[in-house]
Design a binder for this molecule. Structure first.
Ligand code: SF4
Length: 316
């Protein structure tokens, strides 16, 4: 039992999306509907779409309660209990009941899903009690979807997109989206525009753009360039989407520390900065452009152009 409980929960770990997040791993590795080329858990040998029970609800509850106690003993705060699994969390047939029971602990609940079975009403119902749901939307193009996400053969992207749409209309919590941008896959402007057009119709609070930062299942799943992710950002922003990067950066993502270099790197790891914003920032910080040249020379910052404007972005 102890081992099982250890496997079920982890953290709390700092998460840009969710603050201090206590992870709930309600799926044994690696049970998934997809076998994404960028998956950090490797390939999925046995893809499935049928929901089933993996752990007893009471074991999940005990594991979470134990972790919360431990965290509190260490004076650690927990902002979210997050279902983020070594597989697809909605494959757990008890997910709805687990959310209902964990709600009594008075901590917000989040679920990070690949959205592939949101077309099932029981899955949408199960997620409806969560406070935050993050849905994966890497593409809306069938061919690209098959190449990137390598879905279970019974899945249909049009059904999935309808499911996401339907869920977003009924969901009262915070809906966020995540799009992984991969070189030579979904990084063309037309594809990014179609993704942004789709997301624009959802009631999403925030849209994250990410790139693979850990060893992917396939060596050739390479992160898109700084140029591409700037284009993705601009295309999303043009649709009025509140967009941020979700790229790993060890620095402080939000705070102004007073250290000009650190602050520039922190900001540009969340979103690109226009030349004008950089100038304003330098002016406020009583610094000059030589800092930018130095960061570019040190390979920490990259200058990219979009529609004849210069942007600065953290080197991936
Ligand atoms: S959906 Fe998540 S767990 Fe499943 S293969 Fe893709 S990245 Fe891996």
């Amino acid at each position: 039992m102890t081992n099982k409980r250890k496997m079920i929960t982890f953290g709390p770990v700092p998460s840009r999306r969710l603050g201090q997040s206590l992870g709930i791993n309600n799926i044994p590795p690696k049970i998934c509907t997809y076998s994404c080329i960028y998956c950090q858990l490797g390939r999925t040998n046995n893809k499935r779409v049928q929901r089933e029970m993996f752990y007893k609800i009471k074991d999940i509850k005990h594991a979470v309660e134990k972790k919360i106690k431990e965290a509190r003993r260490q004076n650690e705060t927990i902002d979210y209990l997050t279902f983020v699994s070594d597989g697809e969390p909605t494959l757990d047939i008890n997910l709805g009941k687990e959310i209902e029971i964990l709600k009594t602990l008075d901590i917000r609940i989040a679920v990070i899903t690949n959205s592939s079975i949101l077309w099932k009403k029981d899955v949408r119902d199960d997620l409806s009690n969560a406070d935050c749901v993050s849905v994966k939307i890497d593409t809306v193009n069938k061919e690209i979807w098959k190449e990137i996400n390598r879905p279970h053969q019974s899945l249909d992207i049009n059904k999935i997109l309808l499911g996401i749409n339907e869920f977003s209309q009924d969901f009262n919590g915070e809906l966020i989206t995540e799009t992984m941008v991969i070189k030579d896959m979904n990084n063309k402007i037309r594809d990014l525009e179609r993704i942004a057009d789709f997301i624009e119709r959802l009631n999403s609070k925030k849209s994250y753009i990410s790139v693979p930062t850990r060893p992917p299942a396939e060596k050739w799943a390479i992160q898109a360039s700084e140029f591409d992710i700037n284009v993705a950002y601009q295309v999303f922003k043009e649709r009025g989407l509140d967009t941020e990067y979700l790229i790993e950066y060890e620095g402080n993502d939000f705070a102004y520390t007073g250290n000009v270099e650190e602050d520039l790197l922190s900001i540009t790891s969340v979103h690109p900065m226009r030349e004008k914003s950089v100038n304003n920032f330098l002016l406020k910080s009583k610094a000059n452009w030589s800092i930018i040249e130095k960061l570019i020379k040190e390979d920490k910052l990259v200058e990219v152009k979009y529609r004849n404007k210069k942007f600065y972005i953290r080197k991936l």
